[in-house]
Ligand binder design. Sequence first.
Ligand SMILES: Nc1ncnc2c1ncn2[C@@H]1O[C@H](COP(=O)(O)OP(=O)(O)OP(=O)(O)O)[C@@H](O)[C@H]1O
Ligand SMILES: [Mg+2]
Length: 252
Amino acid sequence: MSNEILRLEAVSKAFGGIRAVNDVSFDLRQGEIVGLIGPNGAGKTTLVNLITGVHRPSSGKVIFQGDDVTRQKPYMAARSGLARTFQIVQPFPEMSVLDNVAAGALFGGDPEGLTEAREHAREHLAFVGLDKIADQPASALTLPNRKRLELAKSLAMSPKVLMLDEVNAGLNTGEIDAALDLIRAISDRGITILIIEHLMKVVMTVSQRLLVLHHGALIADGEPTAVVNDERVVEAYLGEKFAKRLKEAGHA
Ligand SMILES: Nc1ncnc2c1ncn2[C@@H]1O[C@H](COP(=O)(O)OP(=O)(O)OP(=O)(O)O)[C@@H](O)[C@H]1O
Ligand SMILES: [Mg+2]
């Protein structure tokens, strides 16, 4: 496909006897928002770790913008434009909010000095709405603000593809709506987004396409309403009751 930005070719990863990711192939097209769903332990975070060089695949290839990036290190992946947020957010607690983002810029952005990194960090903090508390220590942040910080850090890496690992987990409805507005604003910048999300309502709202992992294998890849009505997906993840509820809500 001509506008493909990222492609996985038969990627697998085993941890000892566990096949965490099993022969997974898909592509992401420039500018789309793709949801990645599946039960706990399905391999979603591992997949992001394989794309961003945290783990090396046991076999298979990761192709980014036409280049084989299968074995690149995490900082190289970040610099080439593959950024991610972490499911368990771990800011440097004693450092200011601003310097946490500046550190992100230094790790994954274009090589630049601390002064320039801080300038850019301020812009990203304004974008996610944390500019007023830029000088507070990261340890003082509430959970929704820690999630925002995580977003600002990943944006500081000037991503082309951004992988969001459960950025809405633990947030209330109002906080989720705000987070979704942010995700859409990031998408409007032309950044391709892969969003891992357990809340189906959320994932159905933002995704143009859905991927479903089950026991490490990709069991569906397609248009969201078709995917949530797919028998294998209902059986593996959603359950009949849930599919019915979605249908009643007008998503099917
Ligand atoms: N570093 C590791 N060493 C050993 N096993 C691992 C490692 N990382 C993940 N696994 C295993 O790989 C499988 C997939 O885990 P992963 O964290 O990718 O799932 P997930 O889909 O992100 O789950 P969740 O929805 O709970 O976040 C699990 O069985 C997990 O225990
Ligand atoms: Mg996970």
